[in-house]
Design a protein around this ligand. Structure first.
Ligand code: MG
Length: 280
């Protein structure tokens, strides 16, 4: 594959991505996919999906897991509802994430990713140990499928994430780096974070955002690529620096406005194409 193939984040029936047709219309070569609902993750649908990928000339590079009941309404709600951290849903969601990895395998995809949730900062706490353990279970399941597991960034600082990955101690655990999330969650300057965790970065999102007035307490604002505080040229230059040559997957989480979403992603494709010509 060429260096830095452009991609978009897509959805079939769950998640905030664009439809496959949008990826086709924009002429990008790769996609990431938000896992479809449980009821539609069948072998038959996997075949159908693969046929559409071939028809549209798209390569699937990563499947993202997500769960019923997750809400990104505000930061405390994320803490309470997202990923494998909340204890009440952990067992069920861990099984579901394993099923998602198996579905990704049917799609021939060797990378799966998720928002793990807010990993507790106190590494001596019981909860931290539990989250380590469940991540090991997932890593081992993915290994059986020949897959890597990528943690979406945002909810942890770069140092916290480094510590966590080292504590999990599995060699198929990596990072899906989302620079905007660092800003939106207020967990650190994204370029500096990217340099710190660069060796674990195996997939990325191209998304932009503006810092909140009180970072970490309230959301920053997600904005069209190039209009936020990430600085896309510096971002790509830093991806060069860390030796990342994988897909540049555009994410714009305004699924409630599909026309605007498509137009803004189209603009993002043009911006990244220009920057690639300059830097790749
Ligand atoms: Mg993201």
């Amino acid at each position: 594959m060429e260096k830095w193939p452009i991609g978009v984040f897509t959805s079939v029936d769950a998640g905030l991505g664009v439809k496959l047709e949008v990826a086709r219309d924009l002429g990008v070569p790769t996609i990431q996919l938000h896992a479809p609902h449980k009821s539609t993750r069948t072998a038959e649908n996997a075949e159908r999906f693969l046929a559409r990928l071939r028809e549209f000339g798209l390569t699937l590079t990563c499947v993202f897991g997500g769960f019923e009941g997750e809400s990104y309404a505000d930061i405390p709600t994320v803490t309470r509802t997202v990923g494998l951290v909340p204890a009440e849903t952990r067992g069920e969601r861990t099984r579901e994430m394993q099923e998602i990895a198996d579905f990704a395998r049917l799609l021939g995809c060797s990378a799966v990713a998720l928002h793990l949730g807010f990993v507790p900062h106190d590494t001596s706490s019981q909860l931290y140990q539990e989250v380590l353990q469940v991540t090991r279970v997932l890593c081992d399941h993915c290994r059986g499928n020949g897959q890597t597991l990528h943690l979406e960034t945002g909810q942890e600082t770069a140092d916290g994430l480094l510590q966590f990955i080292q504590d999990v101690g599995r060699d198929n655990l990596f990072v899906n780096f989302d620079p905007a999330n660092m800003i939106l969650y207020g967990t650190g300057e994204p370029i500096e974070a990217l340099r710190k965790i660069g060796r674990y970065v195996k997939s990325v999102h191209c998304k932009d955002g503006k810092w909140a007035k009180h970072p970490g307490q309230e959301w920053g604002q997600e904005v069209p690529l190039g209009e936020g505080d990430v600085n896309m040229e510096r971002y790509l230059a830093t991806l060069n620096e860390i030796g990342y040559s994988g897909p540049l997957t555009i994410e714009r989480e305004i699924a409630q406005e599909p026309e605007r979403q498509k137009a803004e992603i189209g603009h993002a494709v043009r911006l990244l194409t220009t920057l690639k010509a300059k830097l790749a």
